[in-house]
Design a binder for this molecule. Structure first.
Ligand code: GLN
Length: 496
């Protein structure tokens, strides 16, 4: 048998069910590994007692003959999901030492499916960033090259999965934070349709965009997790969609009409937005994405040229709407109702100022200021309202595109992972790198990243797939067919 950490989710479920290992043994092995590779900066918190108690409970359920989709499988959560047994910081000093009295819905649903929580994973502060270098607790590193970023904001999740510290993890995606770190670390990640997973217990960044999703080594493993994560939670999250849960593992191999064993993608029209394949994308990334698309063609897919004409506008639109919502969401952290309170202050206003200046890092403060500005009287119509109008047009562009194709494909990011610190001094450089992921989020569509090969400096490149609303099954089916024919998703970084 392979070493325990080499097993993916489905393999681990089977190994535990067949008594080749136990939930306790798997948890202990992965906890030790996580500590051995602590310099990766992937984890922010452990609670061995809680983890082992959960693992024991899973073993008891197994012994009683119970079988659930994730029974005994260790998972770790982005530190933006609140957890009763672990501290939650959202990567911020504002929440340092915070312990939630309850579990986020997504965490609870994964636990109900049998998952065991290993710990909490590093992320950009309040999920604002593209490199995990905005975390108040230090950066996470890319396991393919520790001098590079793992992507962000779910950088700890991507690094931990890629380095085989955990078979799968949760992430959140507001403007690309599942897809981009998955691409940078060579793993598979999917952001479902907005509202598909409950936001209850997810520390809010931009509420109309935030969405949870799984990050794992394969589309098949993502399907197992996603099936447990989705579903209505309307009483606790008013934007949760009233759409029943779905078994995405069944979708993986469900044959398309007219498809054959050799051509599982026959009949699938893959749209390539011209705006995603222009000069803005690095040649190594373009070449890797194109060869992945050639593979899709071999598998029966038809490539069609499409246009998403407002792609460039997605950057200013997102960087008005997301900070606007963030400024509102983060106003609750005032040192009174929630969050860090300064030790010394003169009066109430001084207490607010000092608490918020000490608690929030520079990028979060920048966004609060931008958000407050664009929502203020006199600027609201010019910025916020205008951005909302363009957001609607961006969503319409996708609907137009989906009359010509079933899924949209392209790069996830214009380059491979950059060096830690390279973009730290230049927020605009970070924002521009989100060009291919933001529009999907603004439209609320599902999108995923699939390992497609390697680019410059032998760093992983992701193929992005975007589907229409509720087409997660079609995305996972497409990615699974690709992964049956390629082995990029099985490649592991050296030293792990
Ligand atoms: N990089 C984007 C930002 O900084 C997206 C982050 C995210 O999806 N959470 O806002």
């Amino acid at each position: 048998m392979k070493a325990l950490h080499e097993l993916g989710v489905a393999e681990l479920v089977a190994a535990i069910a067949d008594k080749k290992t136990s939930a306790v043994e798997a948890a202990q092995h992965l906890l030790a590994r996580a500590r051995q590779h602590a310099s990766l900066g992937a984890y922010l918190a452990f609670n061995d007692d809680a983890t082992l108690a959960q693992a024991k409970a899973a073993d008891t359920r197994l012994a009683a003959g119970e079988r659930t989709p994730l029974l005994g499988v260790p998972l770790a959560h982005k530190d933006i999901f609140v957890t009763r047994d672990f501290p939650t910081t959202a990567g911020s000093n504002m929440l340092a030492g915070y312990q939630s009295p309850f579990d986020a819905t997504v965490v609870a649903q994964l636990a109900a499916a049998g998952a065991v929580t290993l710990g909490k994973l590093n992320c950009d502060e309040f999920a604002m960033g593209s490199g995990n270098d905005n975390s108040a607790f230090g950066p996470a590193h890319n396991p393919w090259d520790s001098s590079r970023v793992p992507g962000g904001s779910s950088g700890g999740s991507a690094a931990a999965v890629a380095a085989r510290l955990v078979p799968a993890a949760t992430g959140t995606d507001t403007g690309g934070s599942i897809r981009q770190p998955a691409a940078f670390c060579g793993i598979t990640g999917i952001k479902p349709t907005y509202g598909r997973c409950s936001r209850y217990g997810m520390v809010a960044f931009a509420s109309s965009l935030d969405q949870a999703g799984p990050m794992a080594r394969s589309a098949a493993d993502c399907a197992v997790l996603l099936s447990a994560m989705v579903g209505p939670d309307i009483d606790r999250d008013s934007t949760s969609l009233d759409h029943p849960a779905e078994d995405y593992t069944a979708a993986l191999t469900r044959p398309r009409a007219g498809a054959t064993a050799a051509q599982p993608l026959k009949g699938l029209r893959v749209g390539l937005p011209t705006e995603f394949f222009g000069a803005g994308c690095a040649p190594d990334v373009l070449a890797t994405v194109r060869s992945a698309l050639a593979e899709c063609e071999k598998l029966g897919a038809t490539l069609v040229d499409i246009s998403l004409p407002r792609t460039e506008l997605s950057i200013p639109v997102y960087y008005v709407i997301a900070p606007a919502e963030a400024s509102s969401n983060l106003s609750r952290f005032d040192g009174v109702k929630f969050g860090h309170r300064a030790a010394q202050y003169d009066d109430l206003i001084d207490m607010y100022k000092k608490s918020r200046s000490e608690g929030f890092g520079p990028e979060v403060q920048r966004r609060i200021m931008i958000g407050t500005y664009v929502l203020s009287h006199g600027y609201y119509d010019a910025y916020y309202l205008q951005a909302q109008k363009i957001r609607r047009l961006i969503a319409q562009d996708f609907q137009q595109a989906f009359t010509q194709c079933d899924v949209i494909a392209g790069p996830v990011a214009p380059t491979v992972a950059w060096k830690i610190g390279e973009k730290s001094a230049d927020p605009m450089a970070n924002y521009l790198a989100d060009i291919y992921t933001l529009s999907t989020s603004l439209a609320g569509l599902p999108g995923m990243s699939v390992p497609a090969g390697f680019g410059a400096a032998h760093m992983p490149v992701g193929l992005q797939l975007v589907g229409n609303y509720f087409k997660e099954g079609e995305l996972l089916h497409t990615a699974h067919a690709f992964q049956q024919a390629t082995d990029w998703h099985t490649r592991a970084p050296q030293g792990f």
